[in-house]
Design a protein. Structure first.
Length: 364
């Protein structure tokens, strides 16, 4: 058996439910057999959470030097805040700065290979804003930091539903101008790659949702379907991609049509996330696809109204951790297989020749 996968976990906003859900999720004696947790946060706040939530945690190891991570321990990379900085239920400048610092250190650890996957606890998108950090969320930051020019794909998923977005954190008024033929086609391509490499769907079947009610009703309710979305679908079909639609979101989810597809591509944030969360409940996970590294998060926010009250459910965070491990293993296996493909041949009936489909040449 190989070494456990090292899972980096950021503390999120210290005034939200990040510490509660993260530490509850890893408060399990079986954790060392499955992965090594590396927590980017505060030892003092971890101790505060341990006492208040009555948790049994792994022995703590404070990471002092790069790479000084120990299996079988709860490794903590210190962020520089203490229990005195916690103001439950209130986003503050300090909580925002601490969230950003944890994210930056964890991202660096991911790039350096000190951790294999990253799981992020929720942040306040407003509290993290500063002159140095002007991103509407984790997805956009990680895209710039890790993407190497690639466009990140925001995906919400559980065991039976995967929803990706064409646009992410945009005001609704700006969504229509962003829905272009190229953007939709690019996101279809990205979704196909992710479904193949990370979800083991060799030939994925994708449903695409419309932007306007009733699919625009032939232009009466909007032209984006006939001008942008349908041409993008036609382009994808010419490439042999199994893509269908566009479908009206209301009827599509109400009829459970999503069960007939490997993935669903929504045009904007709430169009995809609202039905997903209603269907998936606490089992949903947010995944930043299309990047060289695996990053997941629970599919909920900071939940300030529940902060530090011992009422937060860790199910989605636990799912985010274990699904990140699954995605990493799937991707690693796919990369290995793609690097060493089996030779594919076809012998034509009645002819003394074999076609090598790997090399695309004919041998007599």
């Amino acid at each position: 058996m190989g070494k456990p996968i090292r899972v980096g976990i950021t503390h999120g906003d210290i005034n939200g439910i990040g510490y509660e859900v993260a530490l509850k999720a890893i408060s399990d004696e079986r954790v060392p057999e499955l992965f090594t947790p590396v927590f980017f946060g505060s030892p003092q706040i971890v101790e505060k959470a341990r006492r208040e939530f009555k948790l049994e945690l792994l022995p703590i190891h404070i990471v002092k030097n790069k790479g000084d991570i120990r299996d079988g321990k709860l490794n903590i990379v210190e962020i520089g805040v203490t229990h005195n900085d916690v103001e439950p239920g209130v986003p503050t400048e300090k909580s925002g700065m601490a969230a950003v610092k944890a994210l930056e250190l964890a991202t660096a650890a991911l790039e350096d290979g000190d951790i294999q996957v990253l799981v992020t606890a929720p942040i306040s998108k407003k509290a993290v804003q500063s002159e140095e950090f002007r991103f509407p969320g984790h997805t956009e930051y990680l895209q710039q930091r890790l993407g190497n020019g690639a466009h990140a794909l925001m995906i919400l998923f559980n065991d039976y539903l995967k929803v990706a977005l064409v646009t992410t954190h945009l005001p609704l008024s700006k969504v229509p101008e962003t829905i272009t033929r190229k953007r939709v086609l690019d996101q279809i391509h990205s979704f196909v790659r992710v479904l193949k490499s990370d979800f083991t769907c060799e030939r994925p079947k994708i449903a695409v949702l419309s932007l306007n009610p009733h699919c625009g009703d032939e232009g009466l309710l909007g032209n984006e379907e006939k001008d942008e979305i349908i041409p993008a679908l036609e382009d994808a079909k010419k490439e042999g991609i199994l893509v269908f639609g566009p479908y009206s979101s209301d009827g599509f989810f109400a009829s459970a049509a999503y069960r007939n597809f490997d993935g669903v591509l929504a045009m904007y944030h709430d169009q995809g996330l609202a039905p997903f969360k209603a269907i998936a409940g606490d089992t949903g996970v947010n995944f930043t696809g299309g990047l060289p590294y695996v990053r997941t998060s629970p599919d909920h926010g900071t939940a300030y109204d529940l902060a530090w009250k011992d009422k937060a459910d860790p199910t989605s965070m636990r799912q985010a951790i274990y699904k990140a491990i699954d995605l990493y293993r799937n991707r690693t296996a796919h990369q290995t297989a793609a690097a060493n493909p089996l030779r594919k041949v076809r012998t034509e009936k009645g002819a003394d020749k074999t076609i090598d489909l790997t090399k695309e040449e004919i041998t007599e």
